[in-house]
Design a protein around this ligand. Structure first.
Ligand SMILES: Nc1nc2c(ncn2[C@@H]2O[C@H](COP(=O)(O)OP(=O)(O)OP(=O)(O)O)[C@@H](O)[C@H]2O)c(=O)[nH]1
Ligand SMILES: [Mg+2]
Length: 194
């Protein structure tokens, strides 16, 4: 696995002109987007991780095996997302999702929480235009039957609100559960092998 940092964009105007297919991480602050990116790339701090919500402030681009880009997007949902207001986040996200190279959205969610209307809105909006996978992170905090129960509940809840999902998968960056499968899926997604 060759994982390289490419660039970061704080504002829409900074978004790079790239050609490889992109897979992006979207979700609330502190759900574990950056940790997941590190787990997927076998690195510990390629994407910066923190206990403080709002660690990731920019769209950070990483290239994998010269095949695809993983994009760690800033989280939402914390008023204090250090000095950035919601409209700046929204501008960056809107410009980001106008780019045709965005191939797949990984919506990252802490499986212990229920969706609120702001989440369902975003899920519905993003999944209307791109394929989306729901990743339930921190699965190590639930036992197997709780995981299955939450997976069913959240998938049904999203689907009944008009969200279109390719798949819903529990993962743990801490225990590395589901990571290899996700990695295989992503490469297969951008370069299908018959
Ligand atoms: N138990 C457990 N903790 C995790 C897991 N993944 C991330 N964490 C912890 O959750 C916290 C937030 O992780 P980040 O990866 O920084 O979260 P983020 O979604 O990138 O957050 P922002 O950049 O603020 O949007 C850190 O304290 C991580 O150690 C996991 O799979 N299991
Ligand atoms: Mg982050």
């Amino acid at each position: 696995m060759k994982a390289l940092y490419v660039t970061s964009a704080k504002y829409a105007k900074d978004l790079p002109q790239t050609t490889l297919p992109e897979i992006c991480f979207v979700g609330r602050s502190n759900v574990g987007k950056s940790s997941l990116l590190n787990a997927l790339t076998h690195t510990t701090n390629l994407a910066r991780v923190s206990d403080m919500p709002g660690r990731t402030q920019m769209a950070n681009f990483f290239e994998l095996n010269e095949k695809l880009l993983l994009v760690d997007l800033p989280g939402y949902g914390f008023a204090k997302t250090a000095n950035r207001d919601h409209s700046e986040w929204q501008d960056l996200m809107q410009a980001y999702f106008r780019r045709p190279q965005v191939a797949l959205v990984l919506f990252v969610w802490d499986g212990r929480r229920d969706f609120e209307s702001v989440d369902t809105e975003l899920l519905r909006h993003l999944s209307a235009n791109r394929p989306m996978i729901l990743l339930l992170t921190k699965s190590d905090k639930l036992n197997r039957s709780e995981q299955q129960e939450r997976l069913r509940f959240l998938t049904a809840s999203a689907t009944s609100s008009g969200v279109r999902l390719l798949q819903s998968v529990p993962v743990s960056s801490l225990k590395k559960t589901g990571i290899q499968e996700l990695r295989d899926f992503l490469f297969q997604f951008v370069e299908p092998k018959l």
